[in-house]
Design a protein around this ligand. Structure first.
Ligand code: GLU
Length: 433
């Protein structure tokens, strides 16, 4: 057996656990646990001062049983093969949970994007595409945004790929600017998908928005969108954080003010904005770790993986957790939270809204017919509500937590396709025909 790195090993535990609840053959388990391919590249970047630097990039295609592989690109110093491989693995299950015809992939570059000038960022993004161009394609592997990448970067990448292919190829990448073939409603889709799930959850538990205190760790694209929608629906957003720290106010924040100041200053600050003026309001500042342990109703980790571990899980006081980040809870922490009766809505369902609208974008690019915002919202809502209900009912039926049920639901869909293609059971005992 090959030695598996740590994050990926932890990701596999969820699969092993889910497989206990299915009668899929061992061969299928082996196939889904093994990434299809991994490309590592060194991207040369000419700095603005004329010097040359290299950055390491990856693209991992985990599994393409159900269709071309799909998944974002991350720019972060922590990007490693282990991390990208785990994120690609989660994408396979995410696409299967929501029933869209894609497998899973992920990519990234180990870089502190904030340290690059806009032109260096463009050279890096175009250079990366030149190196992976033969590995991706509208019917092969379709990248999208993830941490510290955005629609502008997706636009450069689509343009670079189209230049290489000498034809316009909008469907090679999703999350593009609308003016370059992006879909309306893609930019807030991850947060919106999570919001639709929370509405379903609230319906099941009779949660009343104004009595529900919410803390959100991470105030990037997804964290801001889910905060904005929950606030609009009457939820009390009592704490938010970014990488520098958190602000907490038991009465709740005015989320549009928080978003405005974050966009203007790049920092989360406790403010209330009245037309042109923002003024500071009473709030407690705290660390990200402290935010996770607040006594609240709903905790939304929307930052990085491995935030809730066996170490801090015993101190989590939230009644429910909705994972908007990928992999914020380790498998050991899962068990502790389950024993303590804390309900977790897993990432592969809760944050699947992003890739679902990416699928809509890909469909629009291929058909050349572009949808209205209402249509995007309506179709996203229908998918999230349908799959939430599938996972929720399955968890009851097989008596497990929601994460295990989501994996069982996904692995059944993947397994069915694998069986249809043929397994050793079939080939060693072929049925008469
Ligand atoms: N990066 C997002 C995710 O983790 C979106 C992927 C996509 O749209 O392909 O789900």
């Amino acid at each position: 057996m090959t030695k598996r790195p740590k994050l990926f090993k932890d990701a596999l535990r969820r699969l092993e656990n889910a497989l206990k609840h299915t009668d899929l053959s061992e061969e299928i388990a082996l196939r889904i646990g093994t990434p299809k391919s991994c490309l590592e590249v060194s991207v040369p970047v000419r700095r603005d001062d004329g010097s040359l630097d290299f950055f390491t990039g990856y693209r991992v295609r985990h599994d393409d049983t159900r269709g071309p592989t799909k998944g974002g690109l991350r720019y972060h110093p922590s990007v490693s093969r282990d991390e990208v491989q785990s994120l690609a693995f989660w994408m396979t299950f995410k696409c299967a949970v929501v029933g869209i015809p894609f497998g899973g992939a992920k990519g990234g570059i180990s870089v502190d994007a904030k340290s690059l000038s806009p032109m260096e960022l463009e050279r890096l993004s175009r250079g990366y595409i030149r190196l992976i161009a033969d590995f991706i394609g509208p019917d092969v592997d379709i990248p999208a945004p993830d941490m510290y990448t955005n629609e502008r970067i997706m636009g450069w990448m689509m343009d670079e790929y189209s230049t290489i292919r000498r034809q316009n190829c909008p469907a090679v990448i999703t999350g593009k600017p609308v003016s370059m073939g992006g879909s309306v409603g893609r930019s807030d889709a991850t947060g919106r998908g999570a919001f639709y799930c929370i509405r379903e959850l609230a319906g099941k538990h009779g949660m009343n928005p104004s009595d529900t205190r919410v803390a959100i760790q991470g105030f990037g694209n997804a964290g801001q969108s889910v905060a904005r929608l929950l606030h609009k629906d009457g939820y009390r957003i009592v704490a938010v954080s970014d990488s520098q720290g958190a602000v907490y106010s038991p009465d709740g924040f005015d989320v549009p003010s928080l978003i405005r100041i974050k966009e203007e200053t790049r920092h989360v600050q406790a403010v209330y904005c009245d037309s042109a003026l923002c003024h500071a309001i009473d709030a407690t500042t705290m660390s990200n770790e402290e935010l996770l342990e607040l006594d609240i109703d709903l905790l939304i980790p929307a930052a990085m993986e491995n935030q809730i571990t066996a170490e801090n899980a015993p101190r989590i006081k939230a009644k429910r957790i909705v994972e908007v980040a990928n992999g914020p809870i380790t498998s050991e922490a899962d068990e502790i939270l389950f024993e303590r009766g804390i309900e977790v809505l897993p990432d592969i369902l809760a944050n699947a809204g992003g890739v679902t609208v990416s699928y809509f974008e890909w469909l629009q690019n291929r058909s050349g017919l572009y949808w209205e915002l209402q249509e995007v919202h309506r179709k996203l809502q229908a998918i999230m509500a349908r799959e939430f209900s599938n996972v929720y009912e399955l968890a009851r039926e097989i008596n497990t937590d929601l994460r295990t049920a989501a994996y069982v639901h996904a692995v059944r869909r993947i397994g069915e396709t694998m069986e249809a293609k043929g397994t050793s059971a079939y080939f060693s005992h072929p049925k008469e025909h």
